[in-house]
Design a protein around this ligand. Sequence first.
Ligand code: G1P
Length: 290
Amino acid sequence: MTRRVRKAVFPVAGLGTRFLPATKVIAKEMLPVVDKPLIQYAVEEAIEAGIEYFIFVTGRGKSVLVEHFDHAPELELLLSERGNEHDLQSLLSSMPEPGRVLSVRQQAPLGLGHAVWCARAIIGDEPFAVLLPDELLMSEPACLKQLIDVHDGVGGNVVAVTEVPDEHTNRYGILDVVSDDGRVAKARGMVEKPDPKDAPSRLANIGRYVLDPSVFSHLDKQLSGAGGEIQLTDAIDATTGAVPFHGVRFNGERFDCGDKAGFIAANVAYALKRPDLADRVREAVGHLFK
Ligand code: G1P
């Protein structure tokens, strides 16, 4: 019987240099897709997956992310006086319960593994999730829920994967696959950003993880890997064997919002899903493609 996944880590200390000047004074995770910041999509995905504790690994200038999940009393009062229930509910609906948003500072940008390691004391000895908010995953049910459902059966480390073209393996953590039933792949390890010629497969991790707490014993060593950074991929790789490792093919649509084209595509796709916007957006942009 696997333990329930109650805690999720959101690594949000990155500087967002790819979106300058927009991210000069605002956190990249606050960039909106339609009218909701990226971080809120990730938190809502975690809520849908049953997560109870939301741990932000932040850095300088990122306190606004924690602020976003607190009450805004003046705004709430104003909306309720005006009888604007719709907007009021949009502020209140994804707010975690009091005491369930926590934050730790990463202090130095030493890599994703280091960011996750900074949350070790809050995680303790239980399985936990990691969500990279740059990756916006549109699916039903939510991607993290799909992972947790698989984790309930197999335990260990479980990550979301998608198949990428050969020439893109050097952008992702790539799984070393033992067997694959078309949805769930059992893996013997994972390599961070291998050259296509060295890549053990084309199954790439897309920023959603359910991890066994034993990854911390590897992260404790603070070893640097690809790009001179402390890599989460290396900790998962080192733990495999002692605990099982599976990749779950993500069933849905993925937008890489760390990339300008992906971010713009996400805005269009999410707007087209909105009954209040779809027709107007189609009309407004349609002729640009002719
Ligand atoms: C990180 C991880 C990588 C993963 C990717 C998904 O890389 O290190 O394993 O495949 O996220 O987006 P980054 O894109 O932060 O360099």
